[in-house]
Ligand binder design. Sequence first.
Ligand code: SAM
Length: 191
Amino acid sequence: MSVVEEKLKELEVTQKQFWNIDRYSANLLSMIIKGANYKNILEVGTSNGYSGIWLGMAARETGGKVITIEFHKCRYDVAVENFKLCNLDNIVEARQGLAIDTIIDLRKEDYNSTREQYLDFAFVDANKAQYINYFELVDKILRKGGMIAFDNMLSHKEKVQDTLDAVTNHPDYQSEMIYTEAGLLLALKIR
Ligand SMILES: C[S@@+](CC[C@H](N)C(=O)[O-])C[C@H]1O[C@@H](n2cnc3c(N)ncnc32)[C@H](O)[C@@H]1O
């Protein structure tokens, strides 16, 4: 077993404790990134880095980069260690900070591009009450043809109802719910 697979299996033992995405969803996101050749990837909510490892492995194949945001110092430290162990520290950049502030900062940066809408893919998995803010901010930097994936759209239905309504009624997005245990909403920016 590779070092990465060993680490993923180890992290799956504590999946519920660290609120990690399930393997099925992680593999699906990885396939989407590779299939669409997405390069500029953002994750909102790192935890111990489980999904970040999947995103990083996919980005390695597309020649891309991942920025992942976590405000909790201990979880951030663990994630940084895990990315290093998986040899992904040159691909996955973990940022410790509040999600909204960090996404706003990203807008001001030249992240791999000079285009204002440079982001290819975002995985939203932090504070459910702030999903609507993440959506509005990510939309500003997401290019046409890019995708946003939102986890926990069924498990935290009440908290994310405004986001579900905003995304599914948005004329610029085509979306579909994937009926995982948590509920994964995929939204493709079509215009
Ligand atoms: C569901 S977990 C992320 C799991 C991770 N995506 C995975 O699948 O391995 C959510 C994480 O977001 C972090 N978080 C929650 N609110 C945040 C905020 N406002 N800013 C930054 N991180 C936040 C939490 O500390 C927690 O570690």
